[in-house]
Write a protein that binds this ligand. Structure first.
Ligand code: SDX
Length: 428
């Protein structure tokens, strides 16, 4: 007998099918709930609501499991590279050597952006936050590639839009940094691999040779892999919702960038460093800030702690913490805020407030320490998150379109005024 859920409303019984995923996750399919009962469900923040069926990423918050297309994140971080993981997420399988060479080669051939985009970039003040620039510039790709606006693009046209986006985001990201420091931009060098090319565009300087450090390239590869997808998080849900209206890939990703910018989401990596710097400037007393984080009257939160899904540990945080130690040692950097971060983690993990609420370090807690060690400025940290998350956004947008999902349009429960008549202004 197929499983079902029964709801009794006003004495009447309603039965709804149970959906079971390949990892044995269970859901109640309530598609017929409103038409049969007139009721809807209410779930602020969608904490218990599944928006879709997806074959891209599986995560188990209790077990601290994260798989991309079935492959454990630990293995991919150790053995793969970012372009290969991007192919895996977008096309569903690890590429053959030829497929990877073709994919990587196509990306290299599209790293240049139209020179008119430099005019858009030049219009931003040097104080502009790079995330604002990134979102605007990605959306402006629709102006240079208007064919991308066609919701009925062929597979080949969609693949070209994907290649262009993967290629140009790293150029745009690096150029947004150069804009913020008033330096001339660097053009991509196609003989370099993806991460080396990004570092070249970020840090090469006309007056001296820039030597690419393999330790840094390896760290960037690992960080981008660890950020590449995370099922239906806030920014990915934004990309899917915008895309469900037949908005283009570029418009949908531009919206996702804006969602990621929020300090409760991807903006947390910048907020973590700012918090650690604040603690250091205040004398380094972790316990004082733990107390602030617990005080309901204090808006201070321990940034980089807690997660909607992970309730034991964020597997990415474990890998990044280990990488942070290795990178700082390899680069001979002794960053006092790494010590503060470890003290903060130790204090929080032994404090009942955090233990009871299952608040553990998340992906953002240690990533900023590595980015800082690699010379990446703080307000570029969330741009690095976006660079990593792009293949996930692309894969999710592509899956949503291939699954022919309807336009997303949640319901509500109205709590405002009931009907009343207009009152002329002289009588108010
Ligand atoms: C990312 O969804 C994803 O997958 C996201 C992400 C991805 O890869 O896409 O993993 C990336 O966004 C990681 C999260 C980065 N954000 C931060 O580090 C910001 C700090 N953390 C939070 O604000 C919070 O933990 C969230 C936003 C991450 C999760 O929020 P929830 O699930 O809505 O939990 P909540 O706010 O309801 O908190 C539950 C309780 C509350 O206390 P009580 O009302 O029960 O007394 O825990 C408390 C909260 O006040 N709490 C914290 C806290 N996080 C939660 N208290 C102090 N410090 C914190 N960081």
């Amino acid at each position: 007998m197929s499983e079902h859920a029964e709801i009794i409303l006003e004495g009447k019984s309603y039965k709804f099918p149970v959906v079971t995923g390949t990892e044995n996750e269970k859901a109640i399919d309530i598609a017929a709930l409103r038409s049969e009962s007139g009721y809807i469900t209410l779930d602020s923040g969608y904490k218990n609501t599944g928006a879709t069926k997806s074959a891209i990423t599986f995560l188990d918050g209790e077990q601290g499991i994260l798989h991309y297309r079935g492959y454990p994140i630990e293995q991919l971080a150790e053995k793969s590279n970012f372009v290969e993981v991007a192919y895996l997420l977008i096309y569903g399988a690890l590429p053959t050597a030829q497929e990877l060479e073709d994919f990587s080669g196509k990306i290299k051939m599209h790293t240049l952006v139209n020179e008119d985009m430099r005019k858009i970039l030049d219009g931003f003040p040097s104080t502009a936050h790079p995330m604002g620039i990134l979102s605007a510039m990605i959306s402006s790709l629709t102006a240079f590639y208007p064919e991308s606006l066609n919701p009925n693009q062929s597979k080949e046209e969609v693949d070209l839009s994907i290649i262009r986006l993967m290629a140009k985001i790293s150029t745009i990201a690096a150029w947004s940094y150069k804009n913020s420091v008033g330096h001339p931009v660097n053009y991509p060098k196609n003989k370099l691999d993806y991460c080396s090319n990004f570092l070249h565009m970020m840090f090469a300087f006309p007056t001296e040779d820039y030597e690419i450090n393999p330790v840094v390239v390896d760290a960037i590869n690992k960080l981008l892999i660890l950020h590449a997808d995370h099922e239906q998080n806030c920014s990915t849900s934004t990309v899917r919702l915008v895309g469900s209206a037949n908005a283009s890939l570029y418009s949908s990703v531009s919206a996702g960038i804006s969602a990621l910018w929020g300090p409760l989401h991807g903006g947390a990596n910048q907020a973590v460093i700012e918090m650690l710097e604040q603690i250091k400037a205040d004398g380094g007393d972790s316990k004082k800030f733990i107390a602030k984080a617990k005080d309901k009257d204090d808006p201070f939160r321990l940034m980089g702690f807690g997660h909607r899904v992970y309730k034991n540990f964020d597997p990415r945080a474990r890998i990044i913490k280990k990488a942070a130690d290795e990178v700082l040692t390899a680069l001979g950097i002794n960053d006092p805020i790494l010590t503060i971060a470890m003290e903060l983690e130790e204090a929080a993990l032994n404090d009942p407030y955090f233990v009871e609420r299952k608040l553990y370090p998340n992906v953002d807690f240690y990533s900023g320490i590595i980015y800082r060690a690699l010379g990446i400025p703080t307000d570029m940290f969330t741009v690095m998150f976006a660079l990593g998350r792009l293949p996930g956004w692309i894969a999710q947008w592509k899956e949503m379109r291939e699954q022919k999902e309807p336009i997303g349009r949640p319901r509500q429960i109205y709590t405002g005024e009931t009907e009343r008549n207009y009152v002329d202004i002289e009588k108010r």
